[in-house]
Design a protein around this ligand. Structure first.
Ligand code: UD1
Length: 422
């Protein structure tokens, strides 16, 4: 197993190129199930979750010509014949549920292993299933598997999501793309990753109204497969946000390239409250250091509000802010696993339910820490950049799920970070 050894950084300097968004790539790869042609996707991040979904599609019979070192994959799903996503893959990546909508829409049946709980919370998929039932699917849960059939095909209808769900919205948009008639999704997710999925479908024969709003209307093709043109994935706003926090915590100036600042509104606003300043162009963000980092109050919510996927990184940053910061996690009930590891490094954090209170500024000390989930891993890396001495971050397979070449990107801007074998 790999781990990262990180020494305290004096400061970072230079440019970091942001990779394509993992959370946009996953639904877009699943979307190729709706195509009658082979599709090349560019700007895919070279991360484990993308390999997992491509492996799942290959297992189902698709031909995937993958060149992730060049960030592209050509996917031909015309040969796809299996419709069962088995436990061995789904348990490694919950987002495998994204194949349910498109496979069901195309083949009229699909089985997907139930994802089960995960480190950050229960994460049920009940809203995905309820919506598909509204569209005419018959769904049974048996022996840990979701069995979905749509004997008469999926039918457009009105769906009201009780809660905003990102992969739930993507799944239903893809199912609705091949359904009979129109589907209106009320309380849809507005994340840029959902927007890109809708835009690509809209540009390739599926009319979608309300893109980027909470009410989407998808006009189904009545079973006609799509002719999808090649495209590139949008930049990863969470990766970008993480490197902005790396610059902020080390009081450095960094320029991010191939990034879209419009997707980072809430993150940049919070950093500004903390005293950081920015120079922004259409595809770069330069962050300028603050002499003193100010305390902050954050509530995680759905886009366009502050993302839960940036909560752990800001918590690490708040340990270096003057005064009392408060971070409330509203999306996942157990997403504070990084707190106990940061406490071991000397952070002064108290937890009360879903609210963390961080007293700063505290001196952090390097030690052995364990990553518990994807974003918690990057929070530990950020803390390690300012901790005295040396920090070893273990179990970085979590980090490898979503960060493309993190240690190489940080090395290139001056961090002392090495990947080693346990
Ligand atoms: C996606 C992102 C993840 C991010 C999360 C919230 C991907 C691949 N992953 O995850 O990085 O942290 O959005 O921004 O894009 N819920 C239900 N029932 C459901 C579905 C969701 O109760 O059927 C709840 C969840 O438990 C959670 C909330 O709704 O409390 C939001 O979850 P959701 O938006 O679905 O998260 P994911 O799509 O899994």
């Amino acid at each position: 197993m790999d781990y990262l050894k990180i020494k305290k950084a004096s400061s970072l300097k230079g440019k970091i190129k942001i990779s394509g968004a993992k959370n946009a790539s996953l639904p877009l790869i699943a979307m190729t199930i709706l195509a009658k042609n082979s599709v090349t996707i560019n700007n895919l991040p070279n991360v484990a979750d993308i390999k997992t979904l491509l492996k799942l599609l290959s297992n189902l019979g698709a031909l995937c010509n993958t060149d992730l070192s060049n960030n592209s994959a050509t996917i031909d799903t015309t040969t796809l014949h299996e419709t069962k996503a088995t436990y061995d893959i789904v348990r490694t990546m919950r987002a495998s549920i994204l194949v349910l909508g498109p496979i069901l829409a195309r083949f009229g049946h699909c089985e997907v292993s139930l994802p089960g709980g995960c480190a950050i919370g229960q994460r049920p998929v009940d809203l995905h299933l309820k919506a598909l039932e509204h569209m005419g699917a018959v769904i049974n849960i048996e022996a840990g598997y979701i069995h979905a059939t749509a004997p008469k095909g999926l039918k457009g209808c009105e769906i009201i999501f009780d809660k905003i769900t990102v992969t739930g919205t993507a799944n239903i948009v893809m199912a609705a793309a091949l359904a009979q008639g129109s589907t209106t999704i009320i309380n849809a997710a507005r994340e840029p990753e959902v927007v890109q999925l809708c835009e690509i479908l809209n540009a390739n024969g599926v009319k979608i109204e309300g893109i980027g709003t909470a009410v989407l209307t998808v006009y189904g093709t009545n079973g006609n497969l799509l002719d999808i043109k090649d495209f590139s994935v949008i930049p990863d706003r969470i990766e970008a946000g993480t490197y902005l926090c790396a610059a902020a915590i080390t009081k450095s100036e960094l320029t991010l390239e191939d990034v879209n600042a419009k997707h980072l509104g809430a993150v940049i606003a919070k950093l500004e409250e903390m005293g950081l300043t920015f120079s922004i162009t259409p595809n770069t963000i330069t962050i300028h250091p603050a002499q003193t980092i100010k305390h902050v109050k954050i509530i995680t919510q759905e886009y366009p509000a502050f993302p839960t996927d940036m909560q752990a990184q800001f918590l690490a940053l708040a340990t270096q802010a003057e005064g009392t910061s408060i971070i409330e996690e509203r999306l996942f009930e157990n997403r504070f696993m990084h707190v106990s590891e940061l406490q071991r490094m000397g952070a002064n954090i108290s937890l009360n339910g879903n609210v963390a209170t961080i007293e700063g500024k505290t001196k952090l000390s390097g030690t052995d820490v364990m990553a518990t989930d994807l974003r918690a891993s990057s929070a530990l890396v950020l803390a390690a950049l300012v901790a005295d001495g040396e920090t070893s971050v273990h179990r970085i397979y979590h980090l490898d799920r979503g960060y493309d070449s993190l240690e190489k990107k940080l090395q290139a801007v001056g961090a002392d970070i090495q990947r080693l074998k346990e």
